[in-house]
Design a protein around this ligand. Structure first.
Ligand SMILES: O=c1ccn([C@@H]2O[C@H](COP(=O)(O)O)[C@@H](O)[C@H]2O)c(=O)[nH]1
Length: 235
């Protein structure tokens, strides 16, 4: 059985990495019906963004809570249960076996999908070595995806440059979500393992997370439509 094909508009997830509710409301209003799926991470989340997430869900938008949970199992399971009650669609945890098991237990029968973050897209080989990992990026991602698959995780967050390998290891039934997406000509910023929207989709990504190239654009709706058009052409 394969993963249900996402609605084309749901393939683009806009990262609301913004400092205030006012800034987030402004971008969401500029994006209007163009964007159906938003990601809320540390910056907005710690500036009142969880209430805003509930509002977005109430207005029919999908919400991805990107807090990359990692703690003792009991704390992870109870935190995940709270996010499940909010009605969020996706939640990230780090891809450590104990954490992934606790998250899958905590979501219970809710439709919340737990995504395991493999190796952050801002990390290259040197960053991983500096953090004390003996294996390189490819081997670490592969091992984490194998373990996530054994645990029955709902999906994986990985770099678009890892997506082909992740799809091979994970099979067709679980979601692949890729940040580190950069339309041609846009600044990489702190991202190190990046690809264009077309490359990410052709590599097997189901959803692309795009933040700064859209929210820092002078015309966020036009930037979002351009990414959506590139996704549609690559499918
Ligand atoms: O490996 C990861 C996991 C999460 N992210 C998040 O995605 C967005 C990317 O934003 P850009 O502005 O498009 O770079 C951001 O919220 C990260 O926290 C990631 O980049 N890499």
């Amino acid at each position: 059985m394969s993963l249900p094909v996402p609605d084309p508009r749901d393939r683009l997830i806009v990262a609301l990495d913004l400092p205030s509710l006012r800034a987030a409301e402004d971008i969401v209003s500029k994006l209007g019906d163009t964007v159906s799926f938003y990601k809320i991470g540390y910056e907005l989340g710690f500036a009142g963004g969880l209430g805003f997430a509930r509002e977005l869900i109430g207005e029919g938008k999908k919400v991805f809570i990107d807090f990359k949970l990692h703690d003792i199992g009991n704390t992870v399971a109870k935190g995940v249960a709270s996010v499940a009650h909010m009605g969020a669609s996706f939640l990230t945890v780090h891809a450590y076996p104990q954490t992934m098991r606790a998250a899958m237990e905590g979501k219970g029968a809710s439709p919340l999908r737990i995504l395991a973050v493999t190796v952050l897209t801002s990390y290259d080989e040197a960053d991983l070595a500096e953090a004390g990992y003996a294996q390189g990026v490819d081997a670490t991602v592969r091992r984490r995806v194998e373990q996530a698959g054994e645990i029955g995780i709902d999906g994986i967050v990985c770099a678009p440059t890892d997506a082909t390998m992740v799809r091979e290891v994970l099979g067709p039934r679980r979601a692949i979500v890729t940040p580190g997406v950069r339309p041609a000509g846009s600044a990489a910023g702190d991202q190190k393992r990046i690809a264009t929207p077309a490359v990410a989709i052709r590599a097997g990504a189901d959803h692309l997370v795009v933040g700064r190239p859209i929210v820092a654009s002078p015309d966020p709706a036009a930037a979002a439509r351009a990414v959506q058009a590139e996704i549609a052409a690559a499918l």
